[in-house]
Each structure stands twice: as structure tokens, then as C-alpha cells.
Design a protein around this ligand. Structure first.
Ligand code: ZN
Length: 424
């Protein structure tokens, strides 16, 4: 395709530079639609206000929200159970049981034994569950999903319950859907970013910001990866990408993977390294089902406030975890909060990563309601578009089948970010 002329780009800058996407509607900012072309979440300056995750009770992006609270199960006669929640996708049900063990009581095989009992009791408490995930944490320092890593985790599909009970933590046996934390002591934490992705935010000079906007708008006209950035796929091809940030999460991963499998579409999961490390079997499931894995940093940090060596460490650690699980190089990276700078771009490129943004953010993290979410997704579907969702939002999961059906009727094929980029 012919690249856009300078005049075209300038027209776009003057006509649509201040237009924002559906996410901005949700955030309460003004939207000025551009005739004939859907607005983009245009790259913003560093003064773009941050928006904390609504109702977040833990510092790591997505994980635990006040609304809607998941239903809980009572697990009898097991005082170590901190909480047991479950969710229903409409087809499957999955639960996550969290146990806390005081350091003084941690001894060989004890956590494994507790996990076996907890999983068995959870299945007994609700016979309709298809999968139970278990995480055992040290009581001291426990801060929920975003705090110090668990001592162990496991995923137990109902069909694998007897394998789990017979093999997990037994001498000479291996249960393949489990992770034992190899660290003797809790590893160092970094302060995670609590802001939502609403628009890409460039931290740099005014001239640098203008260049980013030109690149973004040029990408809207011609698509493709330019200068290590992927803003938009080819608008002349009937393809769009589906992407999920902050993966993986227990409860949601099996439900989402089942939903995507039934819908017959592949997606890109931008994984937080620490989540992937503690729940590697979900990442394996994603790759096994044909999905793509992208880098979303190791601790979900705001990169633009960190020194270069820390940024490099965040991206490298995440790449190492993901490659260690999948055996494949990681090609795409999405910065938490959409915040990036010339330095983060340079470091990402030096690691072979393309920085990928989005065209449509329906703000699923606001839990706007299924009909609103479905409407935002449908209204913004575009050839070459990149849809941003989060992997642990039930509303997203539940509207996905109808959105995929809608895309199919519009003859837009949903696929991974890499597949969309290759078409450009
Ligand atoms: Zn994120």
C-alpha cells in the first residue's frame, strides 16, 4: 500500500488528533468522531491523568476487585483456607482456593498435603466445578495476588483429580499442572502500576510526542510495524487482533481458554512475568491452543519512572520466564498503563520486542455491564484494529462469543497481534 502523504497525515493530525476512543468515553473525556474513520486512542503526553483501577484492593493490576465480588465456597475443617472463590462462564465453572500457612508450620510435604486436601474438599463443596486451582502462601507478608509469590500452585481439572491426588507431592511422582516456588525466601518486590490502560502515553519531548502521533496516524492509514511500534494493522485487510492484558489468572484462565476455543479464535495474551512464573501451566495451555504470548513486564511496573537498567531487567525477566515455559522467543511487548518513552522503546527493540498498542479499549475494567461492553466492542470493530481486554473480567468473557459472532458477520477475522502485523 502507498504510504500516506505528508498532507494526509497533517489532515489527520488536525482533524483527529484530539479524538479518543471508547475508553475515553468511559473515562469521561470528550470524543469527536472522524467521519469515515473510527477514532484512535491517540498517543497522549505525560500529563495525561492516571486512572487507578476501580475498586482495586491489591497493587498488581487486575486481580481482585470489589465489584463484582465472586461468590465464595465454605471449605469445612481446614483452618488454613483463607478464601475459596468460584466463577461461572456460562458453560464452565472454576474455583480458586487460597491457603495460608505460618512459617513455623512449613515443613517438607506439608503444603502439598494441604493443597491435596483443599482441592478435594473444594470439588466436594460444589460438584458442578470443572476445575479447581489452589495457591498456598506463607501467612507472613501475604498481600493477595500482587504480593509475595505463593509457595506452590496447582491447577486441577476435574478429569485430572485422581492424578493430582495420587501424584502431587508424592515421592517419585510428578503432577504436571503444578508449580513449587524454588525461592527459599520471598523475592524482592517492585511497586506495580495501578493505572488502567486508556491511551498510549508518551513520556518525552513535545517534538517526540508529535512524531509518535504522526507514526500512529500513519499506521492507521497504512498499517504495520514501523520503528519497533505496532499501532494498527492494515486497514485494507479484513482482520483484527484480540489481546488480553495481565494474564494469567487462576479461575479466569481455564474459563477464557474454553470460551476462545468454542468461539474458534486465537488471541494474544500479554502476560505479567510473575503471574506466568507462578501459573506456568496456563501459559502452556494458551500456546497449546494456538494463542500468542506477549511481554507485559515482570512486575507490571510503570516503566517510564524507572532507570534504564531496571526497565531492561523487567523486560528480560519476563522474556526469560515466558521463553522458559513456551520454548519460543517473545516478539511483542505492551507497556503497563500504555506508558512508554524513547528509552523503553530502545530497550524493547534491543531485546527483539515490538511495542504493541491498541485501537479499541472498551474499558472492561470498569465493569460497565455486558450490553455496554458488547456495544463498545461492536461499535469500534475495524479492519486492522487491535482490541484490548483483560484476562480476568467476567463480563468480557461472557460477551466474547457474541462479539466473535458479530465480527464474523462483519467478515472481520479476529486473530493474534503477530498474525495481524504480518498481514500489514
Ligand atoms: Zn496491564
Amino acid at each position: 500500500m502507498t504510504p500516506p502523504s505528508r498532507r494526509q497525515v497533517l489532515q489527520w493530525l488536525s482533524g483527529s488528533a484530539l479524538s479518543l476512543g471508547a475508553s475515553s468515553l468511559a473515562a469521561g473525556t470528550s470524543t469527536r468522531p472522524v467521519p469515515g474513520r473510527l477514532p484512535l486512542p491517540l498517543v497522549q503526553s505525560s500529563s495525561f491523568p492516571t486512572a487507578p483501577i476501580p475498586g482495586a484492593t491489591q497493587p498488581l493490576a487486575p486481580g481482585e476487585r470489589l465489584a463484582p465480588r465472586l461468590p465464595r465456597l465454605q471449605i469445612p475443617d481446614l483452618p488454613e483456607v483463607h478464601r475459596c472463590e468460584y466463577a461461572v462462564s456460562g458453560v464452565l465453572e472454576a474455583a480458586h482456593v487460597i491457603l495460608l500457612v505460618p512459617s513455623a508450620q512449613i515443613r517438607p510435604d506439608h503444603a502439598e498435603s494441604l493443597a491435596r486436601t483443599a482441592v478435594q474438599k473444594t470439588f466436594a463443596a460444589r460438584s458442578s466445578l470443572s476445575e479447581v486451582a489452589v495457591s498456598v502462601y506463607r501467612t507472613e507478608g501475604y498481600m493477595g495476588f500482587g504480593g509475595p509469590a505463593p509457595l506452590l500452585t496447582a491447577s486441577v481439572p476435574k478429569t485430572r483429580l485422581s492424578d493430582f491426588l495420587q501424584d502431587f507431592g508424592r515421592a517419585g511422582k510428578v503432577y504436571d499442572r503444578a508449580w513449587i516456588n524454588p525461592d527459599a525466601a520471598p523475592s524482592a518486590q517492585r511497586s506495580p502500576s495501578r493505572e488502567l490502560e486508556r491511551a498510549p502515553v508518551f513520556v518525552g519531548t513535545p517534538a517526540g510526542l508529535t512524531r509518535q502521533r504522526v507514526l500512529q496516524l500513519a499506521a492507521q492509514l497504512s498499517g504495520g510495524v514501523h520503528g519497533g511500534l505496532f499501532f494498527h494493522g492494515n486497514p485494507l485487510r479484513p482482520n483484527a487482533a484480540l489481546s488480553f492484558d495481565d494474564a494469567p489468572h487462576p479461575i479466569y484462565a481455564p474459563l477464557l481458554l474454553d470460551t476462545l476455543r468454542r468461539a474458534g479464535v486465537n488471541a494474544t495474551f500479554f502476560c505479567i512475568g510473575r503471574n506466568a512464573r507462578a501459573y506456568p501451566y496456563y501459559v502452556r495451555d494458551m500456546v497449546g491452543q494456538g494463542h500468542e504470548i506477549g511481554n507485559h513486564t515482570f512486575h507490571h511496573v510503570r516503566l517510564t519512572e524507572l532507570p534504564a537498567d531496571t526497565v531492561q531487567d523487567e523486560l528480560e525477566q519476563c522474556n526469560a520466564v515466558l521463553t522458559g515455559i513456551t520454548g519460543r522467543p517473545v516478539k511483542y511487548f505492551r507497556p503497563p498503563g500504555g506508558r512508554y518513552s524513547p528509552e523503553t522503546l530502545m530497550i524493547a527493540r534491543s531485546l527483539g520486542l515490538t511495542t504493541a498498542f491498541w485501537t479499541d479499549d472498551p474499558a472492561d475494567f470498569d465493569n460497565p455491564g455486558q450490553s455496554v461492553l458488547e456495544d463498545r466492542l461492536s461499535r469500534n470493530l475495524r479492519p486492522g484494529g487491535i482490541v484490548l481486554l483483560h484476562d480476568n473480567v467476567l463480563e468480557s468473557l461472557r460477551v466474547l462469543p457474541r462479539f466473535v459472532e458479530y465480527a464474523s458477520q462483519r467478515r472481520v477475522k479476529l486473530d493474534t497481534v503477530a498474525d495481524l502485523a504480518e498481514l500489514a
